[in-house]
Structure formats: C-alpha cells, structure tokens
Design a protein. Structure first.
Length: 215
C-alpha cells in the first residue's frame, strides 16, 4: 500500500518550488520535471491533480518522493497521514509555533483537529482545550492529548476557553473545521489583552494557525 503526500520528501513542495519552471499553460513544475511528461488532454488542456495528488481517481501522476510504502493496514486510517495529519500537526508546531507551557484551543476534533492536538501535546503545551459538538469526538480528543474538552452545543466555547486559561484566553487557537461559525470562534471575541498570540484573528499581530476542512 502507498500513501501519497502533499509534500515531496527532500524539501520540494509539488508545483510550488522556488526553483520551478513554468510548464504548458503556466503550470509550475518542480525543478528537473520534464516538460514532455506534463499530462495533457488531446486538445492540449493541462491536467493538474488537486493539491499535487488528485482525489477519487483510479490513477494519478505524482513525484516518487510523495509516495511512502506502508505495511498492510486500514486504508481509511493511513490515508490521514498524507494530508490530515501533516495539516493539523503542522498548524500546531509550524504555523502556530506551539511551545512548552503554552495553552492551545483546537476547534474541531476530526482528523486534522486531533493531529493538531497531538502536535500541541508533543510541543509541550500544558493546557489543550478541544472544542466540538460531538461527545464521542471529544472523548477521542483526550486520547490524542487534550487536557480539557468543551461541547459547544452546551456551553459558550469562548467563555469556556477563557475560564480554562485563567481568564486570558488561549495562546494559540487552531480552527480545524472550515466553517464561518467556527472561524468566528477562533477570532474571539477576545479583548486586546486576551487576544491569542497566534490565531486566525486579524486583530492579532501574528501568523494564522487556521486550517480548514476537518469534517
């Protein structure tokens, strides 16, 4: 079984390398990718797989470095490694820059959200608040490292996060659902003194930790 990843092992991001050349139709090609191998329709239309991988297709063309061979396993589970895990883990560790002693709120506890929770735990966060509307997902989030859970159907998530962080709000907020309502939660309403250091809020002088499409 092969897992296909968004990223090419070795530092190249498929189609987004700074050393890339423009292929037919303005498609960006990784350095060294033969122009003659760009897939085309018979009318010359360039075929580009979504996110450099493709989806719901029996066959796709990817760089060898995007493929990892794994032992026999549940395809639905290991498939998360190619996208959801790196998206969530990266949002916590790279984009969010979670560090030792930080407080983190993760909104949405699906594949991406749980990966973010695991990343925050590995990075040393001491308070990790998981927010979802499904108690089963919240229970699962604890297995990935959440220290507290909030069912946002039953209580105001902003007030709950504030209460669990000494009234200050979380240091890092990761929105892992991709809905306007949950994005709004990640933005606050925090006062200027409570604004998370790293969040999706445009009112904070920080980079975004928001990732989308967890469900």
């Amino acid at each position: 079984m092969l897992i296909m990843s968004l990223l090419v092992v070795g530092g190249l991001v498929a189609g987004c390398s700074s050393d890339s050349d423009d292929g037919p139709g303005g498609v960006s090609l990784p350095k060294g990718f033969p122009r003659s191998e760009v897939p085309l329709l018979t009318d010359g239309t360039v075929l580009t797989p979504a996110l450099g991988i493709g989806a719901f297709a029996e066959k796709t063309l990817v760089a060898a470095g995007q493929c990892t061979k794994v032992p026999r396993a549940d395809a639905a589970a290991v498939g998360l490694l190619g996208c959801g895990v790196m998206a969530g883990f990266g949002a916590a560790v790279n984009t969010g820059g979670v560090g030792r002693g930080d407080s983190v709120a993760v909104i949405g506890c699906g594949g991406v959200g749980n990966a973010a929770i695991a990343g925050a735990a590995l990075a040393g966060a001491t308070t990790i608040v998981a927010v979802d509307v499904d108690d089963r997902k919240l229970e699962g989030a604890r297995r990935f490292g959440a220290t507290h859970t909030v069912n946002s159907r039953e209580q105001d998530p902003v007030e709950a996060i504030r209460a669990l962080t000494g009234g200050h709000g979380a240091d890092v907020v990761i929105e892992a659902v991709g809905r306007p309502e949950t994005y709004g939660i990640s933005r606050g309403p925090w006062s200027s003194s409570e604004c998370p250091r790293r969040t999706s809020s445009s009112r904070c002088r920080s980079s975004t930790s928001s990732v989308a499409a967890d469900r």
